[in-house]
Unconditional design. Structure first.
Length: 210
């Protein structure tokens, strides 16, 4: 996929207009709870950047059963695929958690295009990435290559042909820390442009007719 910078900027501004600024994004506590609402029994799920494949059991706990395949360049675990271009089949749902920031922007565009091609019409893609308004989430890992603001990631999905349906900030902590960060310190955080949420999660759907 060759990026058209003017079109990407246009889609980015559209996402910002639709969802508002970062502070307008709702907070979700767990990424898997967001995913659980997008599937059900027998969902055909592909996880890209799957690590130890533990996500399969996590979602089976919600849905009862899942038809799961994984893609990861790490040979430590028995993945079905080791590169996004090797993946075959058609899926209801494709997820990638804390993966997209580990590649260049051009490679990210290619991965998202492949996800689009692999999804059935009406299928969904769900991506998480560090929240750039919480700098340590991105800067603490030397393997991170591309920081994605929520509107940039949503814009890239939109440019590819997806309809972005929801964007959340992800935050889960002890009750005391929640009270301090979300309420007591929130005005200061907002004033200096720093957020307490460490990640964002974006849900987008492939149109029913393409």
């Amino acid at each position: 996929m060759t990026l058209d910078w003017q079109k990407l900027y246009s889609h980015r501004k559209r996402i910002e207009k639709t969802f508002g600024d970062l502070w307008n994004l709702p907070v979700a506590t767990r990424y898997h709870k967001v995913v659980a609402g997008e599937g059900g029994t027998g969902t055909r799920l592909l996880e890209v950047g799957a690590g130890d494949r533990s996500f399969e059991n996590k979602m089976a706990g919600y849905w009862g059963s899942v038809v799961y395949a994984s893609c990861d360049i790490d040979p430590t675990y028995p993945h079905e695929f080791h590169h996004i271009d090797e993946v075959t089949g058609e899926y209801d749902l494709i997820c990638a958690f804390e993966m997209i920031e580990h590649v260049t922007l051009d490679d990210a565009a290619h991965v998202i295009q492949r996800m689009y091609d692999l999804l059935k019409p009406g299928g969904a893609v769900i991506l998480t990435t560090p929240n750039i308004y919480y700098p340590p989430a991105f800067m603490r890992d030397v393997t991170h290559m591309t920081p994605f603001c929520y509107d940039e990631l949503g814009g890239l999905l939109s440019l590819t042909g997806f309809h972005v349906t929801s964007i959340h900030r992800l935050y889960h902590d002890s009750l005391i820390k929640k009270l301090i960060r979300r309420y007591l310190m929130y005005p200061l955080f907002r004033a200096i442009g720093i957020d307490f949420a460490k990640q964002i999660i974006v849900v987008a759907r492939k149109p029913e007719t393409v």
